[in-house]
Design a protein around this ligand. Sequence first.
Ligand code: CA
Length: 229
Amino acid sequence: MNLNILVVEDEDAIREMLVMVLEQANFRVIEAASAELALSVLAENRVDLLLLDWMLPGITGVELARRLKKDASYKDLPIILLTARGEEEDKIRGLEIGADDYVTKPFSPKELQARIKAVMRRSGKLTELGQLTVGDLTLDAEQHRLTIAGKTVDVSPTEFRLMQFFMTNPDKVYSRTHLLDQVWGRSVYIEERTVDVHIRRLRKLLAEFGREELIQTVRGFGYRFSMAE
Ligand code: CA
């Protein structure tokens, strides 16, 4: 789905289990063992949802959630708190500081996946399972279909993955190398100009809908997908 979840949990066994469960649900997972590490991950990566343990050494999960919700750059980042506590008071406190949901340990993988998808849908990151909508563009991962204003765009599998990457990572500039890693995979050896070839084809397809400006060239650096003119 190309959605990144940052898992913040100090206990290795639980963190590894969470990573496994989330990867099974086709999310990409970044791990951090403390709130301090989570902050540096957030500064350098695009994160679509934060799965945050309540009990952490140093800055606690609740404290981190409180700080992020007050920070203009992170206030829209969905946060799910993981708690071992079942007390009503703690749940209320978690939601009061702005967490979007909480999951009480122990939980089943299905419950966790369902909660995450519900929060992703509420925050507009997922419209339905496997569907991603940005403006009037919809990407259906299951049917491998891209539509603009309801009309199907005839994209190849590579161009589909490229659009999927762009639509989940809008408004940021990516180098050709980064796009190769993310869309083609690190293990494949392809020349950087292959990216240009696919971008050109994609723009041609978008041009049929008058939308070629969705993919912008940032001279000397790479490409950016943006709905803004
Ligand atoms: Ca913990």
